[in-house]
Design a protein around this ligand. Structure first.
Ligand code: AMP
Ligand code: MG
Length: 346
């Protein structure tokens, strides 16, 4: 398939380009575009055959539903049964932004889009390119992350070109994504309020608005993984070719252990990488991939560093561990999945 690729400057949007790609979406074609979380691969959410193309391009299992993106709050009423008081509070506070809300769906949403569920997950992105594109298409846009299924989500233009060129009709390239991890998914379709996937909108932020918010146990533990309420959370995910291990303990001990393991790996002819904070970089004798200073930096840079491991031919990677609080819950969720839950505890 020939892919039309264009660059766009989010600070100075060329609306002629937006119109070209909006028209492609309206015609049932697939377009990759930037959002504030990660790059998405979009198609008309109401058109079964268009939505099917997303599964094919990603190699995604068909029981893993797609997120639906809208340009304006009012667009939601054609898609869901009811927007209750809790949803209104969340939408007022966090939309547009990186929060996806699961509702009971209307029949307008085809089964292909909802992965056969009677619910649909909806989000209104804050990224200006994404919003203008959805508006230009005139339809809600189904858009999961624009990676091949199982791989880390793309957060920079170069990640897209490597894997997706030739697999979609269009690619709209902006800059690096602001948050770097996918949206928080919260389920309001039942009685309880449950976080199905942690993201940049944290448990603490959601509890401030809604009171008690639960967290799906499958988010943190391998044993519960097969029961995940967000179907996508049960699949292998975020995995680079390199084998990833999380190393947990006192920082000095962590560095000592990783350096010993690097020596052992070297003898076997294996190349080691370390995912670490900038401030710890000098403690390691192996090649480092630095994630920044703050938890926000780590969230933003994590997928890029996982992809970089493969670009640098790393065989085994060790990642420092993070406190499972606030954004640390999100970071550890992605890290544990990329490591296949392999943790070296010191
Ligand atoms: P992605 O954007 O590729 O990271 O995937 C979207 C995530 O949302 C996947 O984990 C899906 O399983 C999940 N998801 C989408 N729709 C629903 C829904 N109706 N109920 C629960 N989870 C959903
Ligand atoms: Mg994804």
């Amino acid at each position: 398939m020939e892919t039309i690729i264009m660059n766009i400057d989010s600070e100075n949007i060329d609306y002629k380009i937006i119109d070209i790609f909006g028209k492609m979406l309206k015609e049932g074609k697939t377009v990759i575009f930037p959002t504030e979380t990660v790059y998405g691969i979009g198609a008309n959410a109401l058109d079964e055959s268009a939505a099917k193309k997303i599964y094919v391009a990603k190699g995604r299992p068909s029981d893993n539903p797609l997120l639906v993106h809208i340009a304006e709050v009012d667009d939601i009423h054609d898609l869901v049964e009811e927007v209750d008081g809790r949803a209104k509070l969340l939408m007022e506070k966090f939309w547009p932004g990186p929060l996806t809300i699961v509702f009971k769906k209307k029949r307008s949403i085809p089964n292909v889009t909802s992965g056969g569920l009677d619910t649909v997950a909806i989000r209104m992105p804050s990224d200006k390119v994404a919003r203008s594109l959805i508006k230009a298409s005139g339809v809600p846009i189904a858009a999961p992350s624009a990676n091949l299924s199982g791989k880390p989500s793309p957060t920079k233009p170069e990640h897209i070109l490597k894997d997706m060129n030739g697999r979609v009709d269009g690619i709209l390239l902006g800059g690096a994504c602001n948050f770097g991890v996918e949206s928080t998914i919260i389920d309001l379709s039942g009685g309880e309020v449950v976080i199905l996937r942690p993201g940049s909108i944290t448990l603490e932020m959601l509890s401030e608005v809604l009171g008690e918010v639960k967290i799906d146990p499958s988010i943190m533990n391998k044993d519960d993984n097969q029961k995940a309420k967000a179907p996508g959370m049960k699949y292998t995910h975020y995995s680079p070719k390199a084998e990833v291990f999380i190393v947990e303990g006192d920082q000095k001990e962590v560095a000592k252990k990783i350096n010993e393991l690097n020596d052992e790996n070297k003898e076997k002819g294996l190349k080691t990488g370390v995912l670490c904070l900038n401030k710890n970089k000098a403690m390691y004798n192996a090649q480092t991939f630095t994630l920044g200073e703050t938890y926000e930096d780590v969230a933003k840079n994590l997928f890029d560093c996982l992809i970089e491991l493969d670009n640098k031919g790393i065989d085994i990677a060790y990642a420092e561990s993070y406190e499972e609080k606030d954004l640390g819950i999100t970071i550890m969720n992605r890290l544990k999945k990329s490591a296949g839950y392999k943790i070296i505890k010191l």
